[in-house]
Design a protein around this ligand. Sequence first.
Ligand code: NDP
Length: 485
Amino acid sequence: MPYDTQPTASHFVNGAYLEDTTGEVIEVIYPATGAVIAKVHAATPAVIEAAMTSAKAAQAAWAAMTGTERGRVLRKAADMMRDRNHDLSVLETYDTGKPYQETSVVDATSGADALEYFGGLAASLTGEHIQLGEDWVYTRREALGLCVGIGAWNYPTQIACWKGAPALACGNAMIFKPSETTPLCALKVAEILHEAGLPAGLYNVIQGMGTVGASMVTDPRVDKVSLTGSVPTGRKVYAAAAESVKHVTMELGGKSPMIVFDDADLENAVSGAILGNFYSSGQVCSNGTRVFVHKNIKEAFLDRLAARLQDAVIGDPMDPDTSFGPMVSERQMDIVLGYIAKGQEEGARLVTGGARLDRDGFYLQPTVFADVTDDMTIAREEIFGPVMAVLDFEDEADVMARANDTEFGLAAGVFTRDLSRAHRVVAGFEAGTCFINSYNDAPVEAPFGGSKMSGVGRENSKAAIQHYTQLKTVFVRMGDLEAPF
Ligand code: NDP
């Protein structure tokens, strides 16, 4: 890789880089060129064992520290991530192909936000006191123990931090397995955490395919599994975790609706549709890929959208002017091309895009289909690429029923100037994360997650604390204890 601060080995275990070249080779491919830029090895059973053993050994002492002490480490790591933002952003761009224009403001920075936020919260974790006459109960909010994090490939730094920061703040250890497609960034997160003073073993990163994740999910030493991935993987991991009744957080896929009423600010609605379909080349779980546009403004919306898409700068992701990069992999590009072909076969009208670009790397054009109907494959299945489906509507009740007619429930958005309608519509959405006149904001202060098949649990915000701790109830009797005999 033409980059000198890349990770120096495949795994980060017990406070140091670790290599085991007997593990299967995983090639890291730069999506902008198709070139192999690095190789890592999948974790062998020996590497997994080292990660488990070191995490178990370190966790109790970490949990016994004060929240202030734990938080100090996380906040220091946050500062270090911000100081190294440029290098981390370049690495994220190599790992994912996302433009530097995005990675330099979203990935390490949102990871740092999570470390800072949960670092700040660590000292305020408390149980409660419940008075029962002269007796009383107190609750202790305790760490779960050993948490496993399994990541998707679209936001490798952010996912590593969104899982690691709350887990560590609450006194847990974490073993994180990145997607095999983007193995590099999480290693730098581990490196920084340990440089910031995290004791060895508390945040281990090990590589591998799904089988490595699967072997950890069934390990009796693991107390919690947090997965970011697709619904089919989520089903498998959830079921495997249920065998030993482990705690879970599932951040899964979506097919989220965005409803644009005819009183909406057209320019803002077009901006929302662009952000919710083409940012990160459409590889965002919460994307609003079913854009329901009121018939009265449909043509105006499509005209403006097509015009704005002309301004997309597609090219070298390292060029700060580039605003639209390649797909993460050839495989993902082919999946998306398959959906584009399906859209055409099933009679949707291709407004713009629809093809691979004639250049190296895995580039697709931003693609918009209009006249999409609810039964079409492109309106039902998660595509995870730059493909927007525009559907027509006239009536609010009708569009709400159609918006909710999906197994997914990750996100939903509405564009309107009518305040009452905006709140009525979001109240009716069957989705975990909703937007009014905006799309895809994900500040660390706010809970993020899905309902229905899109997931269980919440990341970010104070809500995440409940998913990385458990309550112990302690009854204290002050007087004599009576017994029947
Ligand atoms: P996958 O579901 O294919 O993989 C997710 C992770 O799970 C990978 O690290 C994968 O390993 C691992 N894995 C696969 N099978 C198993 C198994 N049986 N046991 C344990 N781990 C396993 O998702 P993608 O990586 O393709 O990511 C895209 C998906 O993620 C989309 O559906 C998207 O919506 C969702 N996503 C959800 C987000 C959310 O917050 N709700 C955010 C981002 C993405 P490997 O790939 O290395 O084999």
